[in-house]
Write a protein that binds this ligand. Sequence first.
Ligand SMILES: *Cc1c(COP(=O)(O)O)cnc(C)c1O
Length: 375
Amino acid sequence: MRPWNFSAGPSALPLPVLEQAAAEMTDWHGSGMSVMEMSHRGKQFTQICAEAIADLRELLAIPDNFHVLFMQGGATAENAIVPMNLMGRNGAGKADYVLSGIWSGKSFKEAGRYGDAAVAASSETSLSTPEGLFDPWTWFPGVSEWVLRPDAAYVHVCTNETIGGVEFADWAALSALPQSDVPLVLDMSSHFLSRPIDFSRVGVVYAGAQKNAGPAGVTMVIIRDDLLDHALPICPSAFNYGAVARADSMLNTPPTYAIYIAGLVFKWLKQQGGVAGIQAVNEEKARLLYSYIDTSALYVSKVHPSVRSRMNAPFFLRNETLNAAFLQEAESAGLMQLKGHKSVGGMRASIYNAVPLQAVQALVSFMQDFERRHG
Ligand SMILES: *Cc1c(COP(=O)(O)O)cnc(C)c1O
């Protein structure tokens, strides 16, 4: 049996997807070619790409007035691509950023190179609540406290902070935001396709594929049509949303193999009952892990309970001298890549769509057993 993989990214892919890719590796559907060897402009790859887009549109119920783009450079490139394309939208050259952790911090910093980027709200301080005192980046700034400028070109939010394990939860408040013409730009890299998206207030959603949607190398961008053509003159053509959209994401050679694998992941997701089906499994997995951590005397979660990520669960051993033993014994038990991010420490279990309930059950029973022996 393969070990269970809790990597934060690049992360686990569904086994049936890997098996299908292996079976089709040297001869895709009788073509006598690997997908890697096909022209991106040929009939076969055009079909692969069109099916991937159609499946993604179906999975997320993407409205007709949005384009789906496949880009390169990861979410990190989008940190520059977004301001280069949108900041000039209304002449004010402004954008507002909600800071909720390391990834949104990077987005904000990059945006400042292209215009007037301001902090709308930030969780970089400690927060005292009835549930206790919470460290910086372990809670999410409430929507009602965001300071939004009416002439901002957009508001940027990272809805799942992969490193801190903080997931935005108040989607109802988002759709009720008053500045109705300021579009939201969401970095959903690490929970893309784990839950439905309400597009009513959204202008752009972007996500690197390698967390929850496929292999590294392709970035998914979902963008409202009226936002396509506002790029600053300095914007490279390959990063110009309008130009990429008009070229059907084939302005230059796209990452063909990554798009093919992402397409297989979309088909797999449809077999899991779509986004609603996988969302239910994700909630069950997160409930199982966090409820055990909360009753344990050895493990602790430091994230505010209302915003604990269902995808990335950082946790700590109260006795940190046991960290090395925990990781080593976990590996021997077939539980891989549980080490926390270096900026946070401790452990992190990333339990993306492709990590089944069975893997989380195995993790929790290992944690229980470890606690019995060392707690
Ligand atoms: C991983 C990640 C990024 C960076 O993605 P790259 O593909 O490495 O550029 C940005 N934002 C979030 C939320 C991420 O999880």
